[in-house]
Design a protein around this ligand. Structure first.
Ligand code: S3P
Length: 169
């Protein structure tokens, strides 16, 4: 089975993905990292030099390759992966998807001083995060079999919840 983690920026997808893959002894992939390796540029530079549309195309390419590949794995995704209809269909068809739901307040705390997220290089981070949440919340829910509210939980606590989820599914 392929387990895919979706959710807003700083929801803890990468940290959880790594821990979960370790625990289950299966490979871990992160779509942002795979895109960076493919292009040889950091996400921020891809947005700056090639534009968001190109980044989104690369995101689809990488997601499709991962879901088409053989074998079990854990995949963590960028927060905007659910924007494209094509990606939502890929996710609904090809994986067990878990939505890590993080509040805007928690995102603000976790991204303080962060310069690696191009969409947060704005004056009003709170308004941006709020708008993204409103735009995307239903999309996350539409692709996910399960949702975990992560505010106030340590990475270990989130992992525990996911392991329980996977035993009952
Ligand atoms: C994005 C989230 C980022 C990264 C890019 C765009 C988004 O990933 O893919 O900066 O549109 O929400 P994280 O969710 O890992 O921060």
């Amino acid at each position: 089975m392929k387990i895919v983690l979706v959710g807003g920026m700083a929801a803890g997808k990468t940290t959880l993905g790594q821990a979960l893959a370790n625990q289950k002894g299966i490979p871990f992939y992160d779509t942002d990292s795979l895109i960076e390796t493919k292009v040889g540029m950091a996400v921020t530079d891809i947005f700056k030099n090639l534009g968001e549309v190109k980044f989104r195309d690369l995101e689809t390419e990488v997601l499709r390759e991962l879901l088409d590949s053989k074998g079990n794995c854990v995949i963590s995704t960028g927060g905007g992966i659910i924007k494209k209809f094509e990606n939502r269909i890929l996710l609904q068809d090809g994986a067990y998807v878990i939505f890590l739901d993080v509040s805007v307040e928690e995102q603000l705390r976790r991204t303080e001083g962060d310069t690696g997220r191009p969409l947060l290089m704005v004056q009003d981070k709170e308004a941006t995060l709020q708008t993204l949440r409103e735009e995307r919340f239903a999309w996350y829910q539409s692709v996910a079999q399960s949702t975990i509210a992560v505010d106030g939980l340590s990475p270990e606590e989130v992992l525990k919840k996911v392991l329980i989820l996977l035993t009952v599914m």
